[in-house]
Write a protein that binds this ligand. Structure first.
Ligand code: PLP
Length: 411
């Protein structure tokens, strides 16, 4: 609350929003329809006369477990690895991550001593983080350990200490660039430390979810050094498993998902994947490669996404500044990704999300960005501005900011 705003005035403003009978949704980071329209050309990229890959492979038939060579080459460019270090999966990176951890749980991983399920497992969860990551490791029965985020990735002092002393810690979730929800990127120093750190578990894995690697909002681009290179130099080549997809490049849930890792991990993945499937959808792979061509094509396409998304992020940041700029709350100003992360004073996030819902603005549940859905300070709120229209975003953010001030005024 600024000096000129009274609790009564805020309550009246809130009631005025309620009277508008709004129905706004800032819950999930979904692309807007106009973003999906950008890739309509995909539907024409493979025709009934032209469905063969460069090497003559008939994409309509079974086979090609690791993906078409041209699709592997495209993701190799995106991830900065060799094509032989890439495996193209189905259409969802989350599925690939789930399958990978399930395989580790049941069968163990290269360099390990057996199935992870043989003993209790703990997992590092940098938070605020992605709720669906935490849900996977919780679902497997792993104990989730919160690691603070620093603004440049997870707190490496905490990570190094924990992994060195406890062999039951088998891995960590990391979104290296434009993290969900804080938008921060892992620093070069942290990449080096992640590759070099001593882990008590010989089969420790970093799940490097590069979901937003090309998802810049403007001219300022975050750069994150290649962790697979760093691990190979540090003598820990098995440590990292990289994931990504075109869900927020082409069509969400109908794009391509890929994994990258050293050849031992890729070979291990193929052993298990070959029991699960005869091969992925290569028609979709061909469609994507023909449409985007190469990394330059992807970057040109992502600039069109940015032109749609940037004004929405700018609107969120402008309204937050206008309403809460006087030190009432803090928030992130990301160079890319899909979220703005808002921190209220401690103890208000749940109440703000409830107040906003009662004024017709749906937000991601408070706590969702922490393991077990519990934010120990009850302060973090994830704002997802991609899907609603610009006008809706402005109104929704105004409602949220009013709710923050009202909650503070009421308590
Ligand atoms: N990883 C992160 C960090 C995400 O934010 C999301 C979606 O919001 C996903 C993965 C989902 O990816 P996919 O659609 O490839 O399963």
């Amino acid at each position: 609350m600024t000096p000129t705003e009274t609790a009564k005035g805020l309550a009246e403003r809130y009631e005025a929003f309620q009277a508008m009978k709004l129905k706004l949704d800032m819950t999930r980071g979904k692309p807007a329809n106009e973003q999906l329209d950008l890739a309509q050309g995909l539907f024409e990229a493979v025709t009934s006369h032209d469905f063969k890959a460069k090497d003559g492979t008939d994409t309509r038939n079974y086979g090609g477990l690791e993906g078409l060579p041209e699709a592997r080459a495209l993701f190799a460019e995106i991830f900065g690895v060799k094509p032989s270090e890439v495996l193209i999966g189905g259409a969802s990176s989350l599925t690939l991550m789930f399958d990978t951890l399930l395989r580790a749980h049941v069968f163990g991983v290269p360099g390990g001593t057996g199935p992870w399920s043989a003993a209790p497992v703990k997992w590092l969860c940098p938070a605020p983080g992605y709720d669906r990551h935490f849900a996977i490791t919780q679902h497997l029965g792993y104990e989730l350990i919160t690691v603070p985020m620093t603004g440049a990735g997870p707190d490496m002092d905490v990570v190094e200490r924990l992994v060195a002393e406890d062999a039951s810690i088998k891995g960590i979730w990391i979104v290296p660039k434009y993290s969900n929800p804080t938008g921060e990127s892992v620093s070069a120093d942290s990449v080096r430390r992640l590759a070099a750190m001593k882990t008590a578990a010989p089969d420790f894995r970093i799940i490097w979810d590069d979901a937003y690697s090309v998802h810049h909002l403007g001219d300022a681009h975050d750069e994150v050094p290649n962790l697979l290179d760093a691990c190979q130099s540090a003598g820990t080549p098995n440590r990292v498993l990289i994931f990504g997809s075109t869900s927020k490049i082409s069509h969400a849930g109908a794009g391509l998902a890929a994994m990258a890792a050293n050849e031992a991990n890729i070979a291990w993945t193929k052993v298990h994947a070959s029991k699960q499937t005869i091969g992925p959808d290569k028609v979709n792979q061909l469609r994507h490669v023909r449409y985007f061509k190469d990394l330059a094509g992807i970057h040109a396409h992502m600039a069109k996404h940015a032109a749609i998304l940037k004004p929405k992020f700018d609107a969120v940041l402008r309204v937050l500044e206008e309403e809460l700029g006087a030190g009432i709350a803090s928030w992130t100003r990301p160079n890319g990704g899909y979220f703005v992360s808002l921190d209220t004073p401690p103890g208000h996030a749940k109440n703000v999300v409830r107040l906003a819902a009662e004024a017709g603005v749906k937000l991601t549940e408070a706590g969702a960005t922490f393991p077990y859905g519990k934010d120990p300070s009850d302060r973090n709120i994830r704002l997802a501005p991609s899907c609603p229209s610009l006008l809706e975003i402005e109104t929704a953010t105004r409602v949220v900011a009013t709710c923050v001030k009202l909650s503070i005024a009421q308590h």
